[in-house]
Ligand binder design. Structure first.
Ligand code: CUA
Length: 326
């Protein structure tokens, strides 16, 4: 009776382990709903593989439990040898052939889907596609648009248009990943990776750096704002510029020094004379500062920035941080 109770409790416990995941969106086990053709294909591949591996898991575990219960020792001496079985040709052929067929099925499906995941759809007309450069920094994403506009951590894109991404890293390995729009692509120093997406509806798609890259890896989030073409053009033409300083402060400075510069992991900087010294500030954020034996040394956060970017940061800091506007 007691053993049954223990077994019952264990079974309930095992079921509860999965409850949270099962209650989450998409059943908890599936990737988020795709909103780009390549993400759709990745999703389909995931589901096919999950189907086969799920069936195999259930069959194997069920057989294991059945055998454990059915052939338990029932008071026989522990050292008594069971009947010796040699060879079961038919069974062995079956358990070899079925896995081969399953793996061949999975491989064929993935190879069939792969071109649609990897290859950028052909442009139907000039200007149909938008090429954005992605630079990963510790600890933010920088996007550079065809007209030279820059944004930080938030990528703006027109809906229903193909956006191609060239992914670079300025320092260590990061990984670009917006699950609803595309697969995971590493950002590697010295190497350019390519991906693309075509958002199928207006909305904000969230992602996260997928490669542990240092102390603020978890804060290295990205969002893609897909908007109607006209709104995108408007943003690109005017808003991108006025948003820049603020997004630089939030993306590159505040993660470490706090939103008001009050200090967080990094030291308090709100009263630093460098904030009102254009050249000093530029030199510091461009080159970082080497301080051996001091944890959290100032990294070269603004490596590769343009003059326009430094100007935007300086203007924002002067007005909002030093000026106390937050
Ligand atoms: Cu960048 Cu993790």
């Amino acid at each position: 009776m007691r053993r049954r109770l223990i077994a019952f409790c264990l079974a309930i416990g095992a079921a509860l382990v999965f409850v949270g995941a099962a209650a989450a969106g998409n059943g908890g086990f599936a990737p988020p709903s795709p909103h780009s053709p390549n993400a759709g294909r990745i999703n389909d591949s995931y589901k096919l593989i999950a189907l086969f591996t799920g069936i195999v898991l259930i069959l194997v575990e069920a057989a294991l439990v059945i055998f454990v219960v059915r052939y338990r020792h029932r008071g026989r001496p522990r050292r008594a040898a069971g009947p010796q079985v040699h060879g079961a040709t038919r069974l062995e052929l079956i358990w070899t052939a079925i896995p081969v067929l399953i793996l061949a099925g999975i491989a064929s499906f993935v190879l069939y889907e792969l071109p649609g995941i990897k290859d950028v759809p052909k442009a139907r007309a000039a200007g149909d596609q938008i090429a954005v450069r992605v630079d990963a920094h510790q600890f933010y994403w920088q996007f550079t648009y065809p007209n030279g506009a820059v944004s930080i951590d938030e990528l703006h894109a027109p809906v229903h248009r193909v956006v191609t991404l060239d992914i670079h890293s300025r320092d260590v390995d990061h990984s670009w990943w917006i699950p609803e729009l595309d697969g995971k692509f590493d950002a590697i120093p010295g190497k350019t990776n390519h991906t693309w997406f075509r958002a199928d509806r207006v909305g904000t798609y969230r992602g996260q750096c997928g490669e542990f890259c240092g102390i603020f890896h978890a804060a290295m989030k990205a969002r893609v704002v897909a908007e109607p073409r006209a709104a995108y053009e408007r943003w690109l033409g005017t808003k991108a510029k006025s948003d820049l300083g603020r997004s630089e402060w939030i993306g590159a400075c505040a993660k470490c020094h706090g939103l008001g510069g009050q200090g967080d992991y990094g030291p308090k900087i709100v009263a630093s004379p460098l904030l009102t010294d254009r050249q000093g500030l530029e030199t510091l954020v461009r080159n970082g500062r080497d301080q051996p034996n001091i944890p959290g040394v100032m990294p070269p956060v603004a490596d590769g920035w343009t003059k326009q970017q430094f100007d935007a940061l300086f203007a924002y800091v002067g007005k909002k941080v030093v000026g106390g506007g937050g």
